[in-house]
Every structure is written in C-alpha cells, then in structure tokens.
Design a protein around this ligand. Sequence first.
Ligand code: PGA
Length: 326
Amino acid sequence: MRHSTLRQLEVFEAIARLGNFTRAAEELFLTQPTVSMQIKKLTEAVGLPLFEQVGKKIYLTDAGRALHGFTRELLDQFARFEMTLADMKGLKQGALRLAVVTTAKYFAPRLLGPFCQQYPGIEMSLKVSNRERVLERLADNLDDLYILGQPPEGLDVVAEPFLENPLVVLAPVNHPLAGKKKIPLARVAEEPFLLREPGSGTRMAVERLFAERGLKLKVRMELGSNEAIKQAIVGGLGVSVLSRHTLALDAPMGQLAILDVEGFPIERHWYVAYPSGKQLSVVARTFLDYLKQAPKHVQDVPCHHAEQGECPLLPAKPAGEKVVSA
Ligand code: PGA
C-alpha cells in the first residue's frame, strides 16, 4: 500500500465518485487502459479487490469504501497544502467549490463576478440545487462552502448570516388584493396557492408560518422552480410566497405585485455554512471574508432595476403595495 502513488489514488477516487471507468478516464484526460492499469496496481498493493461489477454497474467493496474515505481526506489535505503554498508565494490560487440553494442564484452572480475579477487565479465551481440536496452535500463534505436560507438543524455546522433574504407574497398585478393595505394572512390562505417542491427552503418557511398561525394553505399546484412559480402567478393560477430576490432576474415585466400582508416580509437571511471542524482552505477563508462585505458588493454592481429606484437585492423602501417591473 505504501508504494501506491497519488496518481493511482486520484484515479481510484474518480472511479468511486463517478461509478464508471470511462467517465473517470475522461475526467482525468487518461486513456482507459492507463486507468485500468493504475487500478490493477493499486489493487495489488492493497491486496484486496476494490470494486465489484454487477451487470454493468460498479460497486465499491468494503475495502474500496474504506480506501475511498481515506483517499478523499488525503486529496483534500493535498489540495489545502497546495493552496497554503500558493498563499506563501503571495498568490490567491486554487479551487473553490460552492454549493448554493436554487434561490441563491439570483444574487450569486453579483457576488461572484467581482470576486473572480479580484482573484483571477481562483477556479470556482458552483452547484445549484434545493435545500435538501445542499444539506446532503454538506453532510458528505463534498464542497468548501454552502449557501442556504437558514442554518441546518441537527447538523454540526458553523453558519454565518451575510445578507438579508426577505420573503414576500406575490400576486398578478391585476389581482383584487393588489394595492390593498395590511391584508390579513387568513385572507391569503383563501387564495389558490403555488408552492415550491418538497425539500425547498422557501417552502419550509412558508409552511412554518401558516402552521404557526393555524392556517391551512389551499395548494393549487406544486412547482419545482421559482421561475415556474412566477410564470404561473402571471398566468393567473394563484399567489405565492418567494424570496424578493427572485425578482432580480428575468421577472415577468411589470406583471407581478408584492402584496402588503401582515407578518410580511418574512425576514430571513442568507447563511454561509460549513461543517464545524472542517479545515477551510485559504481560498475558502478569503471568500468567507469577502462574503462578510456582501451588502456592499451587491450595492456596488449596477442593477437594471436602478431606474425604477428599487433593486430587489437591496432593502425595500417601507411602502405598502409595490408593482414590480423588471
Ligand atoms: P430553496 O432555498 O431554493 O431550496 O427554496 C431557499 C431558502 O432556503 O431560503
């Protein structure tokens, strides 16, 4: 085992992660015979089979699973060491793996753009999925940092708020409640409601609020994305509650109204989180420090909503009804 090389372990990790020799070869820019040869040598060094093939699928054996855990730690440490070296040389270089919830995609570009310009040597990868998937990735320690709408319960994590995330009630602009003041929550509960898919953080917050008030939503439809919900609202299928940030990109032009409902906006925050005990890389630390200035960065990047005097990513003016025209 001591004679196996880092390259062999890299090849093994890629196969274990991708479940496939061909894809691992492609990812590492190697030929398939090279990959097979590396695994043959590694298997000989370990002295036990690492994979078993059932039909077309490849599974890890017990020894394979043990080696996979060890390999991931080793490769992580190696990447951190490379970044420490780069830091000693005065370069901010390396990779930053981020996993963010779907709704974060509305502000992430405004934050990542200036960061990438400031540190062109940093290679950024961004996984966008709903809250449940992001939490699974966090539990598996797959990324450097995670951005989500509320610190996860039951997981041992460090979580820091860095930006406000107000949830608002949205209706079509010609809805009878548009323009009304202080609409009771119970009145909203009478409207056909469009709800995000199970596993969504937005959905969790909405369900919690209505349940706390003893109200039941009249769910007309479940939809798997904020975009689909905005389109369905404009199509007259119902009202919904979404992050105000979802109005920052491609909001249907002038066709949505934010209703003035008691208890709204729901004041949430965006959090950046990582498992406690995780040793952050230099690059991840740099990004964390950068996020602490997030409101300033968001403000600094010009926004196409500025002409209306209102950017969905900045704190709202204290007005009642607002018509949103993107
Ligand atoms: P979602 O998460 O995109 O999964 O709804 C948003 C949030 O947690 O606020």
